[in-house]
Design a binder for this molecule. Structure first.
Ligand code: ATP
Length: 315
């Protein structure tokens, strides 16, 4: 079975219970497992696929909670590193003006080191780079480069989601764009939001943005558009794939469920790179992945609301 290695951050999101307050006023927080690449690993495992999470958490109770959470979903955690630095924490609240108030306390995730032994295991499998904090510097960024470099040498299907967080890159977007370029160039599959596609390409319209991103080297591009579905683009075909109708209550993690479900389907092929040459099949896979994204919005929480195979079939 093809394994999907999801590399990057796993952290605690402390979400303010009394929304409508900024963080200076919030008094109660609930502890949630967070981190886009870890969510993707959970989405794959929950659908019955094989996924490994590779990242670093603290040797503290928060690290233990995070590892328990993703292990319970069926994710392989044997490559996770533990550090004496505290587990990375994010505090989030939606303030009265609707803006996200955000405090980020970067801890262990930055310390992930590269173990070249992983190269043998990655060969012919899938590696998903769920960037987010990984491009902010430190050991993790260097480890990312090693993963990318070694992926190129051993027939790995490469997937990239930049997970741009405006909060973390204020006035520094140019650096962010520059750091994404090698991943866009080398990836077989890129997942962007519309904002990311526009930022990275410098183009307003979705078609022009995709053309520019293909010129930068991207092979398959998916641009998630919330309830409008997903724009799918290859160098020879472009189409908007509709989603299903749902009543969303919490959109957190919809993008991770989408890319997780798409990667799960790709991992079921005889060889992942087959997907590049069969646009009709790819379109069908995106339709299924849209469903996974949509279903995730119908419940609270990123991980608990990820769909199972059964739920995908019923919808
Ligand atoms: P995130 O903020 O979690 O990273 P994202 O912005 O990348 O998410 P979205 O576009 O919100 O991702 O959602 C991913 C996919 O899930 C969409 O492409 C769509 O197919 C589906 N989806 C999300 N929200 C809805 C909705 N309200 N109705 C129907 N489908 C939805």
């Amino acid at each position: 079975k093809t394994n999907v290695f999801c590399v990057g951050e796993l952290l605690i999101d402390f979400v303010a219970e009394n929304q409508g307050n900024d963080l200076s006023k919030a008094t109660m927080f609930s502890k949630k497992a967070g981190g886009a690449p870890a969510n993707v690993a959970c989405a794959i495992a929950k659908l019955g696929g094989k996924s490994s999470f590779i990242g670093c958490v603290g040797n503290d109770p928060f690290g233990a909670f995070l590892l328990d959470t993703i292990k319970n979903e069926g994710v392989d955690i044997s490559m996770v590193q533990r550090s004496e630095t505290f587990t990375t924490l994010a505090f989030v609240s939606i303030a009265q003006d609707g803006e996200r108030d955000f405090v980020f306390s970067r801890g262990a995730d930055i310390e992930l080191t590269y173990d070249s032994g992983v190269k043998k295991e990655m060969a012919k499998n899938i590696v998903h780079f769920g960037a987010a904090t990984a491009l902010l510097g430190g050991n993790l960024e260097e480890t990312y480069s090693h993963f990318l470099f070694d992926s190129l040498c051993c027939d790995v299907f490469i997937s990239f989601d930049p997970n741009f967080r405006g909060d973390l890159w204020k006035n520094n977007e140019t650096t962010f764009i520059k750091k994404c370029l090698p991943y866009i160039e080398k990836s077989h599959l890129c997942k962007f939001s519309l904002e990311e596609a526009q930022l990275l390409s410098g183009k307003e319209s979705i078609e022009e943005a995709c053309s520019a991103l293909h010129e930068m080297g991207a092979t398959i591009i998916t641009i998630t558009l919330g309830k409008e579905g997903t724009f799918l683009s290859t160098t020879s075909n472009q189409i908007t794939v509709q989603s299903i109708e749902v009543n969303p209550v919490d959109t957190t993690g919809a993008g991770d469920a989408f890319i997780g479900c798409l990667l799960y389907q790709i991992s079921c092929l005889d060889h992942p790179s087959q997907v590049v040459d069969d646009f009709d099949h790819l379109k069908y896979m995106v339709e299924v992945a849209n469903k996974a994204g949509a279903l995730t919005t119908t419940n609270f929480g990123a991980i608990v609301s990820l769909p199972t195979q059964e739920q995908l079939k019923l919808s």
